[in-house]
Design a protein around this ligand. Structure first.
Ligand code: ADP
Ligand code: ASP
Ligand code: MG
Length: 423
């Protein structure tokens, strides 16, 4: 029996009952002969509550102190979980990200893991303990400050530890039975996927399927760590995410893997940009200097009479203020007329490896949206994904329409949501 890493999300440890339930599960794995490392998230919506609190004392909390605050959430759950395990008669020790050897760069609020040195975890395991690690946090290599890995970052902690400890598997326990063909909170007829390739899961995660974080899947693919996404509330087999199907089960790669949606982005339009070389470079240099990642970009046709054009791009809502401020500061240098900000947008994406060889998919996707009366504002594609931006109000309807149009609906309402608030 080898080493397993188990990660429990916030909804699985939302209250004392949840912590006790999860503790029993962890002890089972230990009794089955595994060495067990557990990564735990903050209880329930604690992280959101801490963010709300910070915003009440400062309009734009950021940086070092914000990270100090947010990491407190995971410290609470790790200590409580260790206590609950001890109460069941087993030894457990909790560790902060820093103590567990999670070394990051120094970009606060969205740090990247650059190394994992889990000496203390190994030591603890060798003494027969269950090791509990606070998710979503690390320590910066140069400044030695506490950092956080971005929302949902406990998934990445789990996979990074699994890689560093050469674990057999990384189990991600959450409030649904696995990865579905769409978010079960939106599509009751979503189907559980038994196996999905890293590539497809990467696109789904990047397009807003928050059941797994994009960076965690990237990490798992790089180190070839199989992930098993499953519910902490049921005993069912979940979804395997790996390069090849696990075991001797013959699973065909689906043509369409699923539909993702995302309402966490906003759209910025830079109005009246001179249509000459270097303008887009100046705009996006400004944005990247502010360390903001953007998603989609469109440039309108320039009006011949004025020689001016508009450029729109999407970015996380949380970065909206920063982007507008940075562009305003460079208004003279870039030379645009004005800025527009729209946070009532949503994105719908269809993902599947079969798209590469099936030109009809795009047309069917647009037909499904038009039949549902959904207007499209922006479009972007990759080899295995097509995404559109619509009004936020249209997103749920659009997801359901596309899910049905591509024959993804299951015959029964099997998608159960066991917990969480969907926040
Ligand atoms: P945790 O607290 O365990 O990290 P998250 O809320 O981050 O849980 O992720 C689980 C949620 O992801 C589910 O409750 C579900 O609403 C959402 N989700 C979005 N897309 C999917 C999908 N394709 N399959 C399963 N869940 C999805
Ligand atoms: N608690 C953090 C969050 O809510 C990290 C995580 O749960 O993965 O984003
Ligand atoms: Mg999560």
């Amino acid at each position: 029996m080898g080493l397993v890493v188990q990660k429990y999300g916030g909804s699985s440890v939302a209250d004392a009952e949840g912590i006790k339930r999860v503790a029993k599960r962890i002890v089972e794995a230990k009794k089955n002969g595994h060495q067990v490392v557990v990564v735990v998230s903050a209880m329930g919506d604690t992280t959101d509550e801490l963010i709300d609190l910070a915003e009440q004392v400062s309009p734009m909390p950021a940086g070092r102190e914000f990270d100090m605050l947010l990491t407190a959430g995971e410290r609470i759950s790790m200590a409580l979980l260790a206590m609950a395990i001890k109460n069941l008669g087993h030894e457990a020790q909790s560790f902060t990200g820093s103590q567990a050897g999670v070394i990051t760069d120094s970009v606060h609020n969205k740090a990247r893991i650059i190394d994992v040195t889990p000496g203390r975890i190994r030591e603890s395991l060798d003494k027969g303990n269950i090791a509990i690690v606070a998710g979503f946090q690390g320590v910066s290599q140069d400044k030695k400050d506490i950092t956080t890995l971005g929302r949902g970052g406990s998934d990445t902690t789990a996979v990074a530890l699994a890689a560093a400890l050469d674990a057999e598997v990384c189990e991600i326990y959450t409030d649904v039975d696995g990865v579905f063909t769409a978010d079960p909170r939106v599509v009751k007829k979503a189907r559980k996927i038994d196996w999905i390739a890293f590539e497809d899961m990467l696109e789904l995660a990047a397009s807003g399927s928050k059941v797994l974080l994009h960076r965690c899947v990237e990490y798992a693919r790089r180190y070839n760590i199989p992930i098993h996404v499953r519910s902490s509330f049921s005993g069912l087999q979940g979804t395997w995410v790996s390069s090849e199907p696990i075991g001797d089960r013959k699973v065909e790669q689906a043509i369409i893997s699923g539909v993702a949606h995302d309402t966490s982005e906003a759209k910025v339009t830079v109005v009246g940009v001179p249509d000459k070389p270097g303008e887009a470079a100046a705009i996006f240099r400004t944005i990247s200097n502010a360390e903001i990642n953007i998603d989609m970009i469109v440039q309108n046709v320039s009006a011949a009479s004025t020689g001016l054009t508009d450029i729109s791009f999407t970015l996380p809502k949380a970065e909206g203020r920063k982007a507008i401020d940075a562009l305003e500061r460079n208004k003279e240098g870039i030379g645009f007329d004005s800025l527009r900000y729209d946070d009532q947008i949503g994105k719908i994406s269809l993902v599947g490896a079969g798209m590469k060889t099936n030109p009809g998919v795009t047309a069917d996707f647009f037909t499904a949206l038009s039949d549902a009366g959904v207007n499209i504002e922006l479009i972007s594609t990759s080899e295995i994904r097509i995404s559109v931006v619509t009004r936020a109000d249209d997103v749920n309807e659009a997801v359901r329409a596309v899910h049905t149009a591509f024959g993804l609906d299951s015959d029964s309402d099997e998608a159960v949501v066991y917990g969480g608030t969907g926040r």
